[in-house]
Design a protein around this ligand. Structure first.
Ligand code: GLN
Length: 380
């Protein structure tokens, strides 16, 4: 029997591979992006209370109503876009599921979707699963700057969607107002949709604002914006996020979402709704993670790794070309096995697997662990 594959070139995601290797060798795991500390005690208690109160069956398909109201309130306050909880907000089983549904709802066989690379490794397989064609626009290390005129040249009559991601995983760069206006301008008079992955919206440093697609009405009119509670409240394993899109786009998004997972998990949604009443739970995040970024950079100062500027996310790139010219995947594996620190090779975020000798470390860790990692990496 021949088993067909829709994804013949896809193996196991690099996040599973590197976390697996880290566990196998007892290495400090700075590869897959997740905190090594717990979410707030109060939030954990709220989940348990909702479980005891009976919120253990299916949540409503678009998400718990109070949670959608709280999201609308928050996002309107932060980004100025009036939002209807009923027709523009859908709670999902995490950012990755939201991204898949946004792509599956609009991209069909032969449709082109522009990916600005390096990008999160789920985008391409999601496009290919539904028969779409990726048109990649690779950025150059270490600046990873976007030339919007060059992006414009990639738009064809088959272009259905472009994916943007700010703050950017893995580069730590931000899109700024000028980028958003350039993109908005570029798409004027086209039917191209925007998938705006904003899961790291609160992880921005040095006092910079988040250039959400929600701030730009012309852009929002064609956008599906993706968010993640996991990044904001330190619980990536709770797999809860949401998608904000205008009513016409949300209608199509929900057609796929309802048959993909039906709904996200119920007690967590109910707890997030209560917890979101207090904005101080996320207003301190930029400072909280900036301290970790600085502590990690400090811990790495005596190593031969060269930092790439990081403006946001909880990822820090390092160039290792002064140490070795091994392929980045081999280097990451050796780092894990021989030196006890796991990282992610940035080639995994490129369609053509280009290797700029840059690797990604996650600094969402307690400062003692970051210091310990630095100590190990000073020996490399
Ligand atoms: N987004 C996280 C990262 O980039 C991990 C997501 C995952 O493991 N699928 O590390």
């Amino acid at each position: 029997m021949t088993i067909p594959s829709k994804l013949p070139n896809v193996g196991t995601t690099i996040f599973t591979v590197m976390s697996g290797l880290a566990n196998q060798h007892g290495a400090i795991n700075l590869s897959q992006g997740f905190p090594n500390f717990n979410p707030s005690e109060r939030l954990q208690r709220l989940v348990f209370e909702h479980m005891q109160r009976g919120d253990n069956q299916y949540a409503p398909m678009p998400g718990v109503p109070l949670l959608r109201e709280r999201i609308a309130e928050k996002m309107t306050r932060l980004y100025g876009q009036p939002l209807s909880p009923d027709t523009e907000i859908t709670v999902t089983a995490g950012g990755t599921q939201a991204i898949f549904c946004a792509i599956a709802a609009f991209v069909g066989p032969g449709d082109e979707i522009i990916l600005i690379e390096p990008c999160y490794d789920s985008y391409r397989p999601s496009v290919e699963t539904v028969g779409g064609k990726v048109v990649a626009y690779p950025l150059s290390a270490p600046e990873y700057r976007i030339d919007w005129t060059a992006v414009g040249r990639l738009i064809s009559p088959r272009t259905r969607m472009i994916c943007i991601n700010t703050p950017n995983n893995p580069t730590g760069t931000l899109l700024r107002e000028s980028d958003m206006l350039a993109l908005s301008n570029l798409l004027k008079n086209t039917d191209v949709l925007v998938l705006s992955d904003e899961v790291y919206e609160h992880l921005i440093f040095d006092g910079e604002p988040h250039a959400s697609a929600l701030r730009y009405p012309d852009l929002y009119a064609r956008s599906l914006c993706i968010y993640s509670f996991g990044k904001t409240y330190h619980n990536t394993g709770w797999k809860t996020g949401y998608c904000i899109a205008p009513p016409e786009l949300t209608r199509e998004f929900r057609k796929v979402h309802q048959f993909n997972v039906f709904s996200g998990n119920h007690p967590m949604q109910a707890a997030f709704a209560d917890f979101m009443a207090d904005p101080s739970e996320y207003t301190g995040l930029p400072e909280f993670y900036q301290k970790k970024r600085d502590a990690f950079q400090q811990a790495m100062a005596g190593t031969r790794f060269r930092p790439v500027h990081c403006s946001g996310t909880y990822f820090q790139l390092y160039d290792y070309s002064a140490i070795s010219n091994e392929p980045d995947l081999d280097f990451c594996k050796r780092l894990t096995i021989e030196f006890g620190v796991a990282a992610i090779p940035v080639s995994s975020f490129f369609s053509d697997r280009r290797d700029d000798k840059v690797i990604r470390f996650c600094f969402a860790k307690t400062e003692d662990l970051l210091e310990q990692a630095g100590e190990r990496l000073r020996k490399v």
